[in-house]
Design a protein around this ligand. Structure first.
Ligand code: BDP
Length: 640
């Protein structure tokens, strides 16, 4: 076990107590099997007979699957591959004493998604605007400090945490590839190799974000045109060197033609041309390219239906289905806009049946309180993954992979807000099993992190519906945005209203919302398969929580809940801010049950959440009182 100065997260020594008391046997060889042996010894277990716990490489359970059974007083974990054995070991950790109690028939486990990946938006240098980690709320980068690599002990501990929840891939640098970071592909490749070496014992493959313009900026060529022979040769040669240095390198992540990043459009080529060219360079080595679908015009004005940002990804990619090489994975954000607290599921996920699709979630809380607000995202992700987007097929079935933007940094608690560790945990667990109940996952996390004696009810009271609480005091009914431009923290109702980013609420004195219907609006609703196209199109059938995403309505419009839009805004914002106060009070009940430094950190964050929620309430309610002129039916004081 690795001991360093950071919080052990969900793997404190106590979590290994049951295993530490046992005699164990490990059958099999290989580097990950060695990791399992080292873990067992580190936990205090003895490698001796007769064993209480046997972990064996055998059978045909796939590379990552495993089975656990207990008969005649012996717990047996069987796995087909080394990674499966490692995951089986961590399952025994999660089970605790229950793994060694009673007798039970075989239980089989296998991941639903073949790749369960975290993307870091880390920079090597401290970027003048975005800082060390773009949208990072957990201190500096895990990998670099002031432009140079950090000590890798931390990275190894991180890999261990990730493996314990089944994550098997990490992209280590920002999708916006700045000048210094571009060099990770070539002359700074040694730094990538060092990170890969630290993560390898835990079965995690390292991927790299690359710039589409690299042949020009790094290779000195005159063009990065994907159909140019010299460009193709450059990528082939460069990729070959990458694999000579890192034989198990995962592949490239590419943000192209998006928010200022270069891409194939710059050369009059399509995204198939661009992605397939990189895929061709990676294919001989078994690598993949994660090609992001986050492509839209961020310098637009709202002229007509064609400029709706929500439509952009589908318009660019749906016509290309079936044309990508096998080792291209189209990486699609879960919603059509950009990680708002509430969005409909992206229709692109159903539009690419002949393409590998990764659904991208944002574990880092850019738009959900920036790890200053407690906001457990498991329920949101579960809703996304279980959404029956195409007939019987839900999003988890349509997706081949799950990718999350990491919320981890150099912070001693890993995630800034210690309770945000639950999001990292839930991401891994849901990627493994998207049908898992997010509140059970939370319970598991509480148990491992805080031990069985903690006041679980208090933690559940704070976290269970914290996503809905956050939603209730921020932008209403799916309309999104209303955050301060640039850093995206705190309210600014019109901050993005008159800007070129395609992010509007269209509130005026009569009503609010974006008309995305086919009948009178942008037509975005028409990108969905049935029945969703009709459901979203219909004012009566559209779910309340997405109403303003799809419709522009008067303030007096009556929701399915029976309330009017304006009254809903007042009620939810007042109730949401009250809930933030109640969350803080619930934490008080944990006094003395958690470590003082963690307690202090959480208190400081909850104070800020209470302040910020009140600010949101006051600004949103005042804004809509002034715009609409409609008073609160309860006669409550609305600030301003
Ligand atoms: C947005 C972030 C921006 C990222 C972008 C992306 O504000 O910093 O670069 O997503 O996903 O949410 O590429």
């Amino acid at each position: 076990m690795i001991v360093d100065d950071v919080h052990p997260a969900w793997l404190p020594e106590a979590a290994f107590r049951a295993i530490g008391l046992r005699r164990v046997r490990v059958d099999g060889d290989g580097p990950l099997v060695e990791t399992v042996r080292a873990e067992l010894v580190g936990a205090g277990a003895t490698l001796a007979e007769p064993a209480d716990l046997v972990l064996a490489l055998t059978g045909s359970l796939g590379e990552e699957g495993f089975a656990i059974t207990r008969r005649e007083g012996v717990t047996v974990v069987r796995a087909g591959g080394q990674a499966g054995l490692l995951y089986g070991f961590f399952e025994v950790v999660r089970m605790g004493e229950a793994a060694f109690t009673g007798e039970w028939a075989q239980r089989r486990y296998a991941p639903a998604m073949r790749r369960r990946m975290l993307d870091h938006w880390d920079n090597v240098d401290v970027h003048p605007v975005m800082g060390q980690v773009e949208r990072g709320y957990a201190g500096g980068s895990l990998f670099w400090h002031n432009g140079v690599p950090r000590d890798l002990a931390r990275v190894r501990s991180y890999a261990r945490l990730l493996a314990s929840v089944g994550i098997n891939a990490v992209a280590i640098n920002n999708v916006n590839v700045h000048r210094t970071e571009a060099h990770l592909l070539t002359d700074r490749l040694g730094e990538v190799a060092a990170v890969a070496a630290a993560m390898r014992p835990y079965g995690i493959r390292v991927h790299l974000s690359v710039s589409f313009a690299a042949p020009v900026t790094l290779g000195g060529l005159a063009t990065a045109d994907p159909l140019d022979g010299k460009v193709r040769d450059w990528w082939a040669g460069t990729t070959c060197e990458v694999y000579e240095t890192i034989p198990d390198f995962g592949g490239y992540v590419v943000k192209a033609d998006s928010e200022g990043q270069p891409g194939p459009f710059g050369y009059g080529r399509s995204h198939v041309d661009g992605a397939n060219m990189l895929a061709g360079a990676l294919a001989p080595f078994g690598g993949v390219v994660h090609w992001r679908a986050f492509v839209y015009n961020h310098r637009q004005d709202w002229r007509d239906r064609s400029t709706d940002r929500a439509r952009a990804a589908y318009e660019t990619f749906a016509p290309l289905d079936g044309q990508f090489r096998d080792n291209v994975v189209l990486q699609v954000k879960h919603g059509p806009m950009d990680f708002q607290a509430r969005e409909p599921v992206s229709p692109v996920i159903a539009a690419m049946p002949a393409t590998s699709v990764a659904v991208e979630l944002q574990v880092t809380q850019e738009y959900t309180g920036q790890q200053r607000h407690a906001c457990y995202l498991g329920p949101m992700w579960s809703e996304v993954l279980r959404f029956p987007l195409a007939g019987e097929a839900d999003v988890a079935t349509l997706a081949d992979e799950l990718v999350g933007v990491s919320n981890v940094g150099a912070d001693p608690f890993w995630t800034g807000h210690p309770l945000a560790q639950s999001n990292l945990y839930a991401f891994g667990r849901l990627a493994w099993d998207p049908a898992a109940d997010p509140l059970r996952i939370l319970d598991e996390w509480i148990d491992l992190t805080f031990g069985p004696a903690v006041d679980r009810a208090a933690l559940h009271e704070i976290l269970d519906d914290s996503w809905q609480v956050y939603e209730s005091y921020t932008a209403p009914l799916g309309v999104g945005w209303m955050v301060s431009p640039g850093h995206h923290y705190g309210p600014d109702v019109d901050g993005y209203e008159y800007s070129p980013w395609g992010t509007y609420h269209f509130a005026d004195r009569d009503g609010i919302g974006v008309d995305r219907t086919r009948a009178t609006g942008t037509g975005f609703a028409g990108q969905y398969p049935q029945p969703w196209s009709q459901v979203f199109e219909s004012l009566d059938r559209c779910p309340d929580e997405l109403l303003l995403f799809f419709h522009h309505v008067p303030y007096g419009h009556v929701l399915r809940s029976g309330s009017t839009v304006i009254q809903h805004i007042y009620d939810t914002h007042i109730a949401g801010a009250e809930r933030a106060v109640a969350m803080r009070a619930a934490w008080e009940r944990l006094a003395g049950q958690v470590a003082p430094d963690l307690d202090e950190r959480v208190r400081e964050r909850l104070d800020e959440q209470v302040r910020s929620a009140a600010q949101w309430r006051d600004q949103i309610n005042t804004y809509f009182l002034r715009k609409s002129g409609v008073p609160d039916t309860e006669g409550r004081h609305i600030y301003g």
